[in-house]
Ligand binder design. Structure first.
Ligand code: PLP
Length: 382
């Protein structure tokens, strides 16, 4: 096969178990938005549940609906559902919704009435990130939620917020966000709005020792860690040191291997000049598959037991690697673009460094031209 991504569901289940360990008695939500960070929504959602996650979290309504269409009944929340969305399906399909404003609440209430089902909602609070969540209108929104709840027009299931800098050990902003969150919880209490499920921690907070026990509340939301990657390997240590197993291994074939003389320039713009005679490999993958175009030679592929760095610019469907003059690689050989790093291959972290990005983006941007091969389904017993 030209290019494919192997998805190790046994590794995913083991990562969820690790998250559960860090979560203590709190529940675990596996975040499976953006096609499970590029790993394939449905197989990953199923594996996360069999690994011990009680909840699923997604951004979009379509993602939540896809989960229900696959017959997955686990509690699921969608938190990026703008006003004027078709909420009737969401409510009928028992999907929890996030409420960051009055506009959102009005829509949910009117859809709930139409469908004849009480919608389940989670109040979303901005505790300092200035992205999602209610800020100045917090008290007005609480009072609107309280009266709607008293009229049985909604069920307020949860209250949540999100960290901006939980990957930075000792960062005071996280402590400040926690203080604001607790203040909001106190206000809910005095307002008489009972909310059972408090959730705030992302992977960084789950694995940041100084935050874990302060931030886990009733439930944690594990995204990147579910896929075995570190929220920030420079600040918090890599997958291995966190006890996580990278789930995706990206592989591609060599379209061509050939000798090229010293002095030749490689690729568009001639940005790379060969210092000596060498063998180049043309990898059958490019930015049309999600390989970052601006990657430099700190990434490449693993072939024949060694690393072959990128030579020149990444093209749409291919990129060139320097195999070295002694390489025995041949046209058609399968190479590893990134994996868990245990045998010496490049990792998603290496590709992030090579392209000035983060591992989240490296795995999530792998495109639809690349089939995902899911291995070690629970029923395989392998
Ligand atoms: C994406 C997301 C998460 C998961 O974040 P990670 O850093 O991948 O663990 C948690 N909560 C919300 C609201 C998110 O959007």
């Amino acid at each position: 096969m030209r290019a494919f991504a192997e998805i190790d569901l046994a590794a995913l289940r083991s990562n969820v178990a690790k998250i559960r360990e860090r979560a203590g008695t709190s529940r675990v939500m596996a975040v499976v938005k953006a096609d499970a960070y590029g790993h394939g929504l449905i197989p990953c959602a199923r594996a996360a549940i069999s690994g011990g996650a009680q909840w699923l979290g997604v951004a979009l309504l379509e993602e939540a609906i896809a989960i229900r269409s696959a017959g997955i009944k686990a509690r699921t929340i969608a938190w990026l559902v703008p006003p004027k969305s078709d909420l009737d399906i969401a409510i009928r399909e028992d999907i929890d919704l996030s409420i960051p404003s009055r506009e959102h609440l009005v829509d949910v209430i009117s859809s709930g009435r139409k469908v004849g089902v009480v919608p389940r909602v989670h109040l979303e609070i901005d505790t300092g990130m200035s992205r999602g969540g209610v800020l100045k209108e917090f008290k007005e929104l609480v009072s609107a939620l309280k009266s709607a709840s008293d009229r049985h027009e909604i069920e307020v299931v949860g209250v949540w917020s999100h960290f901006a800098r939980a990957d930075e050990p000792g960062e005071p902003m996280s402590i400040d966000q926690l203080a604001r969150y607790r203040e909001a919880l106190d206000y809910l209490l005095v307002s008489g709005l009972e909310v059972k499920l408090q959730h705030m921690a992302n992977s960084a907070a789950i694995f940041n020792d100084s935050l874990t026990s302060l931030a886990r509340f009733d439930m944690v939301r594990g995204g990147i860690a579910t896929y075995g990657l570190s929220p920030d390997f420079k600040m918090m240590g890599n997958s291995n040191s966190l006890g996580l197993k990278p789930v995706m291994t990206l592989k591609a074939q060599l379209q061509l291997v050939k000798e090229v003389p010293a002095g030749s320039s490689v690729g568009y713009g001639g940005t790379y000049t060969l210092k000596s005679d060498t063998k180049l490999g043309v990898v059958a993958m490019g930015y049309g598959d999600g390989i970052p175009r601006n990657s430099n030679d700190r990434a490449g592929v693993f072939v024949g037991g060694k690393r072959a760095p990128i030579a020149g610019r990444v093209s749409m469907d291919q990129f060139v690697v320097d195999l070295g003059i002694d390489s025995s690689a041949k046209s058609g050989d399968l190479v590893t673009v990134f994996g868990d790093g245990t045998t010496g291959e490049y990792t998603a972290d290496d590709w992030a460094v090579a392209s000035g990005s983060i591992n989240y983006e490296i795995v999530t941007r792998i495109g639809p031209r690349v089939p995902r091969i899911h291995l070690h389904h629970e029923s395989d017993h392998s």
